[in-house]
Design a protein around this ligand. Sequence first.
Ligand code: PLP
Length: 420
Amino acid sequence: MWRVAAVRALRGGGAGVSRAASGAAEAQLRRRLENELEDIRGAGTWKSERVIASRQGPHLRLAGGGAGIINFCANNYLGLSSHPEVIRAAVEALEKFGAGLSSVRFICGTQSIHKDLEEKIAHFHQREDAILYASCFDANTGIFEALLTPEDAVLSDELNHASIIDGIRLCKANKYRYKHMDMQDLEAKLKEAQKHRLRLVATDGAFSMDGDIAPLREICQLAQRYDALVFIDECHATGFLGPSGRGTDELLGVMDKVTIINSTLGKALGGAAGGYTTGPKPLIDLLRQRSRPYLFSNSLPPAVVGCASKALDLLMESNAIALSMAAKTQRFRSKMAAAGFTISGKDHPICPVMLGDARLASVMAEDMLNRGIYVIGFSYPVVPKGKARIRVQISAVHSDEDIDRCVEAFTEVGRKHGAL
Ligand code: PLP
């Protein structure tokens, strides 16, 4: 109907003057959008989406064929996305608490399971309280504006995730961007920021493109010296970094020095969706009053809450899953290095195979899929020019044989395309 009316309006028939005018505007918009899309294709940065016809897991079936594909590109670090107990918990929550709340939290969207999950998250991170969001993207866009005023300052690593960058854009604090993990630059910026009332250093705990881990010990020392608070985004750390999977702060022994943690329920913790902030109680109380993505967006659906809650139970019972993932990461990293590849980062299940050339990364990723290995090539503008790579992500549910097949395929494909 809409299309027919628009076409009529474009032809000047039947829809009246205002419709014809908006038809012309729409035609202009379409031309502009098509040009922009063409530019993206021309720049070689078009992102196409492969359709998966099975559950998320180490082995996938792709729509239109491709069964038995070994998957190395999900953030399913602990393999909980399709864990039978996680699925059962979701079904039980769905049956008991319904499909959804049809409401934001403060009107009539809070159930006992939301409160229980918030308590569990705070307990897991050893913090005072926690608040749930529909995603960590929302948690990141909701925190800075609620917390910081024009009297304050935020100091952000230049390679922080897009959602931190957007969250900082939304706030009125004074903004400082320090060079990636460069402590000299952070110190210089902290000195400059002494004139403000409050300073907040914001960093990813683990950076998703490089698999590198923020030098939190040094960051916390500088924060102490220059009277600043530390915020970390733990999306690629929660559940598996540190002796009991608490994250980067546990790994680096600074759990008592990091004030605020944002993280996701959509990666290692069951992979469904959702995010959270955990930290001091007055901060969480303030977010419930002021944080816009929390106040003006629907509550997390019960099935999603059920998944995350069960994932946390499994992690708090034992760290066997996280240890298994760490062993597989080690196996992949050492075998790839022995084969002659350069893998960025250290000890993290994000294993970027550094290739340099964008075309090489894309052709090799395609050829890996022909050999049944699903990996993704990243190039500019997602990563800096000349630093194209194929990102491999290891999961606890990969078998040793899966890892070895991946290394063999990389070796064959790398030789074929001159990367080795
Ligand atoms: N922060 C980081 C570092 C991420 O990698 C992501 C997801 O890609 C997010 C935040 C957003 O998380 P969510 O998917 O829960 O919105």
